[in-house]
Design a protein around this ligand. Structure first.
Ligand SMILES: Cc1cc2nc3c(=O)[nH]c(=O)nc-3n(C[C@H](O)[C@H](O)[C@H](O)COP(=O)(O)OP(=O)(O)OC[C@H]3O[C@@H](n4cnc5c(N)ncnc54)[C@H](O)[C@@H]3O)c2cc1C
Length: 485
């Protein structure tokens, strides 16, 4: 441990109490995660758990003085992304800041602290405000936090309609790396509510979104809530190929139907079980297990009235009929009631079993125009098979199909280094292909994605460096994450 960390630990213990500061190796190791979104991570030298924004500010000031790196950590469910990249610095665990501070029904937002989990806020709304829904991440376990997902611009239960979580933020309270506290949006004006996201302009909130914890520590966020109407249904469609899936889905989402529109290939099913137990061809799966489509799309529909729900069903059918007339093939797929209930449960544990297939999994996520979904899916299947990875492809509409989020789920053997290398070899090859197609990484990693992207955007990288010089001159915030050291 460096002597500066020793000093920090001593000072932090005085500031917030020694039971909230630890250098115990077992605790430090327990934070390490090499999976989910990022497979490279290091072990912090200390874990510090402040209890409120003032304590966060005190710790950030100390870290800045002592030049000790900080990795902010809300729920830690982004895996490697909430860890330091090297074995240094502290994890600033914000679990104790867990208050739901305000719900404003007229302006439609909830103010939360970073430790508020999606399970907590969802349960609170079901009890206190059943007609409203906070935009919790769709597939992340209930322990994921609303702020962690929002700053990641994650994928919520209504992202297909309203856009990524970043769009749902009305304002932030942030401790900057030098220790100042700022508010963004209309919150910037003392005594004004966070009802207007753009504030006096320019828009500072954007500086913290997708920044992977490198620009400051968020201690509060005002996040939009949406109506949670009484008529909810899930319909699934069955396609032989990704082209039919893409064209039908795009036609539907261009009519602005569906709060959650997501699907992919049949591999989404077997990859949730131990690979030794599952047939590896679709024909064998159908024969030995049960029917699943080669490609599928789920449309989750929310409506205030039965009539409105019916009209959404009609649009999905009408758009299919138009394509069928042109010789395309697709049909509704009757979901098993248990599968339907599982998908409609929020938040859920639906994605956890991907760790069953080969012990580890990583979501390597891309943004692309929705019309390119079939091409993206075909390349994923072909390259994953070549790399001896199960070709699991998940795709979803973002903002009514203005974009597709394409997420191959890379199931790898996390018990061996060779497993990690295999996942990265596939990532490296497809990164080159996908960048040439004009598609971009959702949460670029510092090893493969950033080095490949930097030459494609020199001015952008230059701007980021200048901003860091001004904002974080000692480079204490999550060094290395955005590759701007
Ligand atoms: C099984 C599984 C399924 C998942 N499904 C989904 C899904 O459906 N949709 C989705 O969007 N995501 C999903 N995820 C990814 C992840 O869970 C979410 O992005 C998650 O909500 C992140 O929240 P968190 O609290 O865990 O953030 P963390 O992992 O703690 O942090 C995320 C990033 O933000 C930074 N950060 C965290 N808190 C702060 C703060 N207060 N200030 C500044 N920076 C901060 C961290 O350093 C890190 O870089 C899934 C994960 C798992 C394990």
């Amino acid at each position: 441990m460096t002597s500066n960390v020793d000093k920090l630990v001593a000072e932090a213990s005085k500031l917030i109490g020694d039971k909230h500061v630890t250098t115990n190796l077992a605790f430090r190791r327990s934070y390490l995660a090499r999976s989910v979104m990022g497979i490279r991570a290091g072990i912090a030298e200390a874990i510090i758990k402040p209890g409120n924004a003032e304590e966060v500010q005190g710790i950030v000031k100390l870290c800045n003085e002592l030049k000790v790196p900080i990795s902010p950590y809300s729920g830690g469910l982004s895996g490697g992304y909430a860890q330091p990249l090297r074995d240094e610095g502290i994890i600033l665990d914000l679990v104790r800041l867990n208050n739901i501070i305000e719900v404003d029904i007229d302006n439609r937002y909830v103010v939360v602290e970073p430790g508020v989990t999606s399970g907590q806020v969802w349960a609170y709304f079901r009890k206190e405000y059943p007609e409203w829904a906070p935009p919790v991440p769709d597939g992340a376990p209930p322990r994921a936090t609303l702020i962690g997902d929002a700053v990641e611009r994650g994928f919520s239960l209504v992202t297909s309609k309203y856009g990524p979580q970043g769009r749902m933020i009305n304002g932030l309270e942030v401790i900057l790396p030098r220790g100042d506290k700022i508010h963004t949006g209309s919150w910037a004006m003392k005594g004004v509510k966070p009802f207007y996201p753009w504030g006096p302009g320019p828009d500072f909130t954007g500086l913290f979104l997708g920044a992977q914890g490198t620009m400051g520590v968020i201690t509060k966020a005002a996040i939009r809530i949406i109506p949670h109407p009484p008529h909810i249904d899930l319909v699934a469609w069955d396609y032989d190929n990704p082209e039919d899936m893409t064209d039908h889905t795009l036609a539907v989402v261009k009519k602005e139907v569906g709060v959650m529109v997501q699907g992919g290939n049949w591999w989404l099913v077997p990859s949730r079980k131990d690979e030794r137990e599952v047939p590896t061809t679709l024909e064998a799966w159908r024969k030995e297990k049960y029917y699943i489509p080669a490609w599928m799309m789920n449309f989750e529909l929310w409506a205030h009235t039965e009539k409105e729900l019916e009209s959404q069903h009609d649009i999905i059918q009408e758009e299919a009929d138009k394509l069928i007339k042109q010789g395309r093939s697709m049909k509704p797929w009757e979901l098993h009631p248990a599968a339907k209930a599982g998908r409609l449960k929020k938040p859920n544990l639906i994605a956890v079993p991907y760790s069953m297939h080969r012990a580890g999994f990583v979501f390597i996520t891309w943004y692309l125009p929705f019309a390119d979904t079939a091409e993206f899916s075909n390349i994923c299947v072909e390259t994953m098979e070549k790399h001896d990875l199960p070709p699991v492809v998940w795709v979803s509409s973002i903002e009514q199909g203005r974009q597709c989020i394409g997420m191959p789920i890379v199931c790898f053997d996390s018990r061996t280094e060779a497993g990690y290398e295999q996942a990265e070899a596939w990532d490296r090859e497809t990164t080159e292909i996908f960048h040439k197609k004009g598609w971009l990484n959702y949460r670029p990693n510092a090893f493969i994605h950033w080095p490949a992207m930097r030459p494609m955007m020199p001015e952008y990288v230059g701007m980021l460096k200048e901003l860091k010089d001004l904002w974080d001159p000692n480079r204490i915030m999550h060094p290395g994450r955005l590759d701007v050291d």
